[in-house]
Write a protein that binds this ligand. Structure first.
Ligand SMILES: [Fe+2]
Ligand SMILES: [Fe+2]
Length: 273
């Protein structure tokens, strides 16, 4: 059994709510999760101070758990090199400095391989859209990234659970009615093809758990809500608490209760493997 604490969109900076991230820190220490997965948007404006606070959160989690983290669109200083005009190394310079030099880390624990996938590439030709406010927001999975994932999983034991940690939601949010990814169908098709069991993502700021049926292999998608004051539709902040075993994937959403000032149990979904 592997236990996973999946949180996303912490947006350290103005949107972060101290009592909520302190409650997360307490939960992680109390339940000593095997893995803490943070699926991007650690910062609000990719500022050093925001990443320093995120770094402190990660360090605290590392006292009890292994941590895997990838960047989100808010962690990319896209204005420093739009359309590759400028030094592209600056896009994620602050993230690399304070969080991790590796923006697509791989974490192997007994029974599971977690592969980080960076879907936040700044403003590039491939994600151009007529919706101007979406220009720096949309994510994309590149062909070369799919090949790298394929190689990572091929090097894992055959019976390992295959988990991808990425930022943009590949399933349309119920309230937003938007996919986070530009090339959703291609990404989900590739995940099915490489027998991915579970995707951990965020970005939509609305928690959701889905099962994508494919002819080759079904994939469970855990979209964590935000833990900040940027909730969608007045919903509470939330995190997902996950138990992985060779037989099943169980995802419980823990929802922020302002009366209890704590994360309390919400819905649970269970999928047979
Ligand atoms: Fe976000
Ligand atoms: Fe995002």
């Amino acid at each position: 059994m592997t236990t996973v604490f999946h949180c996303s969109d912490l947006h350290f900076g103005h949107p972060a709510v101290p009592e909520q991230y302190e409650a997360m820190e307490a939960l992680i220490h109390e339940f000593r999760y095997d893995v803490v997965a943070i699926s991007g948007d650690l910062s609000q404006r990719a500022r050093s101070g925001e990443f320093q606070r995120a770094r402190a959160f990660i360090k605290h989690a590392e006292e009890t758990s292994k941590v895997i983290c990838i960047p989100g669109n808010h962690d990319v200083a896209w204005w420093k090199a739009p359309f590759a005009l400028g030094n592209e190394a600056l896009l994620l310079a602050a993230y690399r400095r304070y969080i991790d030099e590796d923006i697509e880390p791989v974490l192997r624990v007994p029974g599971a391989t977690f592969a980080g996938l960076n879907t936040s590439h700044g403003v590039i030709r491939q994600t151009l859209t007529w919706r101007l406010r979406d220009i720096s927001i949309i994510g994309i999975v590149r062909r070369s990234q799919i090949e790298r994932l394929r190689k990572t999983f091929a090097e894992s034991p055959a019976e390992d659970l295959r988990v991808i940690v990425m930022h943009h939601n590949p399933v349309k949010g119920e309230l937003s009615q938007r996919h986070g990814l530009k090339n959703t169908a291609r990404a989900l098709g590739a995940f099915a093809d490489m027998k991915v069991d579970l995707v951990l993502c965020g970005h939509d700021h609305q928690d959701a758990v889905h099962y994508i049926e494919h002819t080759t292999k079904g994939t469970v998608i855990s979209t964590a809500g935000t833990v900040s004051n940027r909730m969608r539709g007045g919903r509470p902040s939330s995190v997902n608490s996950i138990r992985l075993s060779p037989e099943q994937i169980e995802i419980s959403t823990l929802v922020w209760s302002s009366s209890d000032r704590a994360f309390v149990p919400g819905p649970t979904k269970c999928f047979r493997r």
